[in-house]
Design a protein around this ligand. Structure first.
Ligand code: PEP
Ligand code: MG
Length: 362
């Protein structure tokens, strides 16, 4: 750990003795996971699986899956993706040996998967054995004017449960492979994105549980796992009491929660938020430093309602704010269990968590 050696290393050791909040990392590649561990991450708080789906050699199968006209077409493409998805998780579990790994099931804005170029359509057509025109018609049907508020997150899982079924299978097969190889079973935390209602989570948890049951029967071995949810919509925060009847943990997705609470697009905000900060409308860019007054209230309320239903429910944050010191101070105040930050922000998060703990002691 060259970066953390010497005096800085000593300072980090002190920080770790003082802090209460755990610090995890947002990572989906083995390289990021390794970097995160070198910087002291205590697990993965967010593995965004859609990033795995964008890899060059998979994207055609992914597009084939999205553009398939029926469940059999989707299943054929998913079968091609399963072995690679399984090895993704094997690698992550190995790097994070013994530490928690939170895997978020697919959450892409759909338009990012659709082919645009003629050559891309041609590739999918030849893989799927269908005409380019059929694919273009299907892509036009799937077009959305506002994809970030569209068919993404668990909405995709509700309409195409076979996607989450494949991912859950990959997770359980990988966990058992690693358990058999290393003797230590990983405990995956499976996270459902963009949940707004209890029923969505219930349906998706049933898909995950069914996959678990099947894999455990096939392999003659069971492993522990948790199924929880992102809290990233105001409705989810308000309904956290009900959602906690099903969800075994919450992770606050403060990027989307900020976007949907403020009604400001996270992708376009930079264009006018600088002026907003200059004019004193928000003290800081709310996508960088948590809007404690507004979004913070939703987090506090959700934490309180979640705990009331499920005593001691595990609570974390995995939006960009998880690496911002002022936001981390807020997480300490609300009593979250962990923050999850991008790998290079893990040391900052460790220091900020210690500082927040010292402040809390007074
Ligand atoms: C979030 O919304 O805060 C989050 C962590 O998910 P993503 O950034 O992938 O939408
Ligand atoms: Mg999100």
């Amino acid at each position: 750990q060259p970066e953390l050696a010497g005096d800085f290393g000593t300072l980090m050791e002190w920080a770790d003795k003082v802090r209460r909040l755990k610090v995890r990392a947002n990572a989906e590649t083995p390289l990021d996971a390794r970097t995160a561990r070198e910087f002291g991450a205590e697990g993965i708080g967010l593995c965004r699986t859609e990033h795995m789906f964008f890899e060059a050699e998979r994207i055609t199968a992914v597009r084939q899956m999205i553009l398939a006209e029926d469940v059999d077409g989707r299943k054929a493409a998913l079968e091609r993706l399963l072995p690679e998805q399984r090895s993704d998780f094997v690698e992550l579990f190995e790097v994070m040996a013994g530490l928690p790994v939170t895997i978020r099931l697919l959450d892409p804005p759909l338009h990012e998967f659709l082919p645009h170029e003629e050559a891309e359509f041609a590739e999918v057509a030849s893989a799927a054995g269908v005409e380019v025109d059929v694919l273009k018609r299907r892509a036009a049907e799937l077009h959305e004017f506002n994809p970030m508020l569209g068919h993404r997150g668990c909405r995709l899982g509700v309409t195409y449960p076979e996607i989450y079924e494949m991912q859950a299978r990959a997770i359980f097969e990988a966990a058992i492979d690693v358990a058999e190889k290393s003797g230590a079973a990983p405990i995956p935390e499976i996270m459902i994105p963009l949940v707004a209602t209890r029923r969505e989570l219930e349906l998706m948890k049933a898909v995950v549980d069914a996959a678990a049951k099947q894999v455990f029967a096939e392999r003659g071995r069971e492993i522990e796992y948790l199924v929880g949810t992102m809290i990233e919509l105001p409705r989810a925060a308000l309904m956290a009491g009900e959602i906690a009847e099903v969800g075994e943990f919450f992770s606050f997705g403060t990027n989307d929660l900020t976007q949907t609470t403020l009604g400001v697009s996270r992708d376009d905000a930079a264009r006018f938020l600088t002026t907003y900060v200059e004019r004193g409308i928000y003290p800081k860019d709310p996508f960088v430093s948590l809007d404690v007054e507004g979004v913070g209230q939703l987090i506090e309320l959700a934490a309180e309602r979640g705990r009331k239903t499920r005593d001691g429910i595990k609570l974390g944050i995995c939006g960009e704010h998880g690496g911002d010191p002022a936001s981390i101070a807020f997480c300490e105040k609300v009593g979250l269990d962990y923050v999850s930050a991008s790998p290079y922000r893990v040391p900052i998060a460790r220091l900020a968590a210690a500082q927040a703990a010292l402040h809390a002691r007074g």
